[in-house]
Ligand binder design. Structure first.
Ligand SMILES: [Zn+2]
Length: 653
């Protein structure tokens, strides 16, 4: 059996898990499930990084021992990953006894080999990042030495340390990058690493003596191993290296280490060098993804967006969040998790496209064949279009998933979903259903649709496992068949009675939906808005009618306009964008603050009155060409309209 070993970074225990740490872990889970679907023997590893000065300080602040501190936090990670349905095969902790033994063994082996030697370290150290910096990298601002990574103040450190001969592997690493151009991905991140290699590497201090929360060096116990070197060993200690070589030899080398871009240097330079020194084969790939912002802001507790993924998943379902992360965030690049976009994708891709396809098809099968899948018999030209897309896009989807191009993979899969929906429109089963002679053709159409739904459900399984099972349960498909052997068409059994049940996704009513992520800045926006409203009401109740001359009135060009398109302005709680037809005067767009009073559906095809000669203005960056007329009291608003039908563009006088 082919094997596949996938790892996440191990999470440093100085904060609770949030959507950022969940992102890498969820993506890795999807890859693990995907490889299992493709019949690989998968080992999926995640865990926690628990040593170092920062952890020790945090424990001190809390007044508990470092061990208690890490036990509590590690449990939170472990529990959360279970709760959100992740399928890691092992959870490694760097305070695990066997991990510590591995680290000790490796350091001694490297000392023996001469690749680790004792020297004096003098230089700058960033405590929050646990990172040493060379003089050339350090920034000086207001006479303070600043960390180039996190911009916090550095500490000057001078101490006896053990050093790893990183410089010795400089050339070998450069060769590696030439020989295996896809060792680090994406390419632009590889190039960053390549620059560092070409600039030349210094030896790396790998022990500390100023604190003791770490793995001590066996032959010189006042030294503890530098937390980063300690952490990297998890990828092999978790497999039992050097004790249990059977498991190690089965899964090593890792097929992919998924990491965040901020730790690329450790994984793409230091880690392979250490492995070279140990004569251990190198991992096949390091994939460094970008950073996630949430609702456009850097994730932080104070902003209120360091959200626990479970809260999101409780609101939207695990599968919708997983799908959204994969579809909307281009893996490898920095991306933004936007709750508004999640809702949009939920409604369009999941409720509208996928769920409707399943529900429509099952409803028709219920109506015409009492829910029993029929044997396909009469095929027509249009069927081959669907079947072609099915086989062609299935292959494309697998290729894209293999290269971690998730967004494109989802797009490819949804082409099948949309084509299947289109197939319904093209074959018009409701017309076939009226004609007794066309029943066999109808049977074939519905069979093809169900077979397409079956293949979609297998392909989507790694990303949306619950949804996949729900759909396959409806069509009574054996869930032990969820693997790549069953991706050919026409493998669905007939003479089986389906179970229609509830739709798998139901549209979210965006108007009345309570958002999960409340940004702290948003709270103040809401308050501002309320203040503005009070101000508006105050103005309006001070009703003063001032008199004007007739020529003043004629300056205003009022017209009848028909709304042919209405769309909510996503980032606004108030605005709706309207496309208006003014007959001979052409078409135009206006933006109006009526979201609280009208739904988009209500507005469609309404004939309203607008001021047509108002200078264009921009509202939230959207051009508005004119203004609609509305009457308003303290609580309600109604649009002015015409009480008989009249041509669009008619003048009001
Ligand atoms: Zn720093």
């Amino acid at each position: 059996m082919k094997k596949f070993y996938v790892t996440t970074p191990i999470y440093y225990l100085n904060s609770e898990p949030h959507i950022g740490s969940a992102y890498t872990t969820i993506v890795s889970d999807i890859v693990a499930r995907y490889k299992r679907m493709r019949n690989y023997d998968v080992f999926f590893l995640t865990g926690t990084d628990e040593h170092g000065q920062k952890v020790m300080n945090s424990a001190k602040e809390k007044g508990i021992s470092p061990q208690d501190f890490v036990d509590q936090l590690a449990l939170k990670f472990k529990t959360l990953w279970k709760e959100i349905g992740l399928t890691n095969d092992y959870f490694v902790r760097t305070t695990d006894k066997n991990h510590e033994e591995t680290v000790k063994y490796i350091v001694e082996k490297l000392i023996e080999k001469g690749d680790v030697y004792k020297g004096t370290y003098k230089g700058w150290y960033c405590i929050p990042d646990e990172t040493f910096w060379n003089d050339g990298d350090v920034k000086v601002e207001n006479e303070k030495h600043i960390c180039p990574e996190c911009h916090r103040e550095l500490k000057w450190v001078e101490e006896e340390n053990y050093f790893f001969k990183l410089s010795k592997y400089n050339e070998k690493l450069i060769d590696l990058y030439y020989e295996k151009p896809d060792f680090v991905e994406p390419e632009f991140r590889k190039n960053e690493m390549f620059q560092i290699l070409k600039a030349g590497l210094n030896d790396l201090s790998i022990t500390r003596t100023t604190f003791d929360w770490g793995v001590s060096v066996t032959s010189d116990p006042k030294h503890v191993v530098y937390v980063w070197v300690d952490a990297l060993m998890n990828y092999i200690s978790a497999l039992g290296y050097p004790e249990n070589l059977e498991k190690f030899e089965k899964y090593w080398p890792a097929d992919v280490h998924f990491i965040g871009k901020e730790i690329n240097r450790f994984h793409s330079i230091i880690w392979p060098a250490i492995l070279m020194a140990l004569d251990i084969p190198l991992p096949k790939k390091i994939y460094a993804h970008g950073w996630l912002t949430v609702n456009g802001e850097k994730i932080s507790k104070s902003k209120g967006n360091a959200i626990n993924p479970k809260i999101l998943m409780d609101a939207y379902g695990k599968d919708a969040v997983r799908y959204y992360l994969l579809k909307d965030i281009s893996f490898g690049r920095d991306g933004d998790f936007s709750e508004e976009n999640l809702i949009i994708k939920y409604n369009s891709d999941l409720a509208n496209d996928l769920s409707n396809l399943v529900h429509r098809t099952l409803s028709m099968l219920n109506k015409y064949f009492e829910g029993v899948i029929q044997k396909p018999e009469i095929t027509e030209e249009v069927d081959s279009t669907l079947l072609n897309i099915l086989s062609c896009n299935t292959k494309k989807y697998l290729d894209l998933m293999d290269e971690y191009s998730f967004t494109q993979a989802m797009e490819t899969l949804w082409e099948i979903v949309r084509m299947s929906n289109k197939y319904i429109d093209l074959t018009e089963p409701w017309i076939l259903g009226k004609d007794e002679n066309k029943k066999t053709r109808l049977a074939t159409v519905l069979y093809n649709l169900l077979d397409s739904i079956r293949i979609i459900s297998i392909l989507i399984n790694p990303v949306m496992p619950e949804t996949s099972l729900k759909i396959l349960e409806k069509i009574k498909y054996d869930n032990t068949h969820i693997n790549e052997n069953n991706l050919n068409t026409s493998l669905l059994h007939y003479d089986v009675k389906v179970d229609i049940g509830e739709p798998v996704f139901v549209r979210i009513d965006t108007e009345n939906w309570k958002r999960v992520i409340i940004m702290n800045s948003e709270e103040s926006n809401i308050k501002n808005k309320e203040d503005n409203k009070k101000e508006e009401i105050k103005k309006e109740t001070e009703n003063v009618i001032s008199l004007i001359e007739f020529p003043d009135f004629t300056k205003i060009d009022l017209r009848v306009a028909k709304i042919y398109e209405a769309e909510e302005v996503k980032k606004s709680k108030k605005l709706i964008k309207l496309q208006l037809d003014l007959g001979d005067l052409g078409k135009r767009q206006i933006v109006a603050g009526i979201k609280e009073y009208y739904t988009v559906e209500e507005l469609l095809n309404k004939k309203i009155i607008i001021v047509a000669n108002l200078k264009p203005a921009k509202l939230m960056g959207i051009e508005s060409n004119g203004m609609l007329l509305a009457a308003k009291d303290g609580t309600s608003l109604t649009l002015l309209s015409v009480d008989k039908d009249i041509k669009e563009g008619s003048k009001i006088s």
